[in-house]
Design a protein around this ligand. Structure first.
Ligand code: ZN
Length: 463
């Protein structure tokens, strides 16, 4: 039975926000996609190729960066043969977003805004997004909940990173009102001391939400405490792991501790949520209404089913700064083309993640890698921090290595004291030194890790 607050959230709060206040057709998109997700593969592909053709045509006609780099192709040519044309487009790197920010954008009346990510690889980038993009991104996220059996407006606990000022004053009051109207509770995933984790477990057990959502690491760390201290738990309806890498043993641990299924999801701030599991768990459906996702080998050729490669992603709706064949920095194993659920969106078997460490606190709690992305990459970054790495040498000793952006030099350390204070606030009493470097070497396995903890004997996130 639908609870009162679910009715309020789905029939009043959401329509009021999106239709009346923002005037974004998010809910129209959602109903459209609820229907067309069951179309056969030929219809899905035809629709995706039409959208791709339109995007490529637009990029060649209106975005100088692409016009210069794909000279042999005309907008009409790209629109009529989108698949073959896409292969001619160069791979877009993160540094291109920094070096060519101006020529990658296009003046349009689409309510554009700059967005910033601390970078899932420890490389902060800035990019322009617009109203149409955001509408599609929000509708996608709503549809993905439904794939996990979570209906629109259902009760929801979100274990998520909170900005600094969330805990106090008018911001906190506004957030509480919004949480009530939208039938959700937000728990601060940046505050994961042993004590707060116990409180989070109690809140989940008491409210028993239809959906518990969080960073993979946050859910896992909480699951470990629930089992270790035998904390009382009532199973949420479903768990959505929506950022970070969910390793198989993390999934097992979370499902055991909370007594319910985990639905994995893949997305990034640059392109939104792009793939998610349905109730069959046969892989993550790549959502073709918004995205073309390629998995390629070192030579840029598509890999076959069951093979691993690098992800290149093309978002079909963000015309003010088209990200075409964008190398997001993640790898994945290509899955089957079909799933037994009947949706014809092809599958990623799994995303092969980076494995970052959690920083350990003295009280047994943790600080998630996402906290450092947020603080160093976003909150205190004016663009001068090009890349960073946090190394915890001992419980009371942390080194922050910073590679300045081009030409920034020592300016990259301008807010060192504020960053130090913020980290100390979360980690507890510890000595934090900052080092400027020209580059950060990858680990012996060739990966760039932006958070490394050398504290032994702790229950490491990915050990
Ligand atoms: Zn499916």
């Amino acid at each position: 039975m639908m609870g009162l607050r679910q009715i309020l959230a789905s029939r009043v709060s959401d329509p009021l926000l999106w239709k009346v206040v923002k005037r974004y057709p998010v809910l129209d998109r959602l109903s459209e996609w609820r229907e067309c997700q069951w179309d056969g593969a030929p219809a899905l592909e035809a629709r995706q190729m039409r959208a791709l053709g339109a995007l490529l045509g637009h990029a060649l006609a209106r975005v100088p960066y692409y016009a210069e780099r794909v000279p042999g192709l005309t907008p009409d040519g790209a629109a009529s043969a989108p698949d073959a044309s896409l292969a001619v487009f160069p791979v877009l790197e993160k540094r291109d977003l920094i070096l060519h920010a101006d020529s990658l954008t296009c003046e349009m009346d689409r309510g554009s805004y700059w967005n910033l990510t601390g970078g899932s690889t420890g490389e902060p980038v800035r990019f322009l997004q617009d109203r149409v993009y955001q509408t599609c991104a929000l509708a996608t996220t709503m549809l993905f909940y439904e794939w996990g059996g979570v209906p629109h407006g259902a009760s929801h606990i979100k274990l998520w990173g909170a900005p600094r000022d969330l805990g106090s004053g008018s911001v906190a009051r506004r957030r509480r009102v919004a949480d009530w109207l939208f039938n959700r509770i937000t728990l601060d995933a940046f505050d994961m001391s042993e004590r707060t984790m116990r409180r989070y477990a109690e809140t989940i057990a008491r409210t028993r939400p239809t959906c518990l959502e969080g960073y993979a690491d946050a859910l896992y760390e909480l699951a470990v405490r629930v089992e270790r201290f035998d904390l009382p738990m009532n199973a949420p309806g479903a768990i959505v792991s929506s950022a970070g890498t969910l390793l198989p043993r993390m999934r097992e641990s979370i499902e055991r501790a909370f007594g319910t299924e985990v639905f994995d999801r893949y997305g990034t701030r640059e392109v939104g949520n792009v793939a998610a599991e349905c109730d069959r768990h046969e892989g993550l459906h790549i959502f073709g209404e918004t995205t073309v996702l390629e998995v390629v080998d070192e030579d840029g050729r598509a890999v076959g089913e069951g093979e691993e490669g690098e992800i290149l992603v093309t978002n079909l709706h963000n015309y003010t700064m088209p990200l075409i064949r964008y190398r997001i920095g993640d790898r994945a194993v290509r899955g089957a083309d079909r799933c037994s659920c009947g949706r014809a969106y092809p599958l990623l078997a799994r995303v092969v993640g980076r494995s970052e460490s959690c920083v350990r606190r003295r009280d047994g709690g943790v600080v998630l890698p996402e906290f450092f992305i947020h603080v160093i990459g976003v909150e205190y970054n004016d663009g001068s921090i090009g890349k960073f790495q946090v190394v915890q040498e001992a419980l009371d000793r942390i080194t922050v290595v910073i590679v300045p952006s081009e030409g920034a030099g020592e300016r990259a350390l301008a807010r060192e004291n504020e960053i130090r204070a913020r980290i100390q606030q979360m980690v507890g009493d510890c000595e934090i030194s900052f080092v400027l470097a020209d580059r950060i070497d990858p680990t012996p396995t060739g990966k760039h890790m932006y958070v490394i903890s050398n504290v032994r004997g702790s229950d490491n996130c990915h050990a």
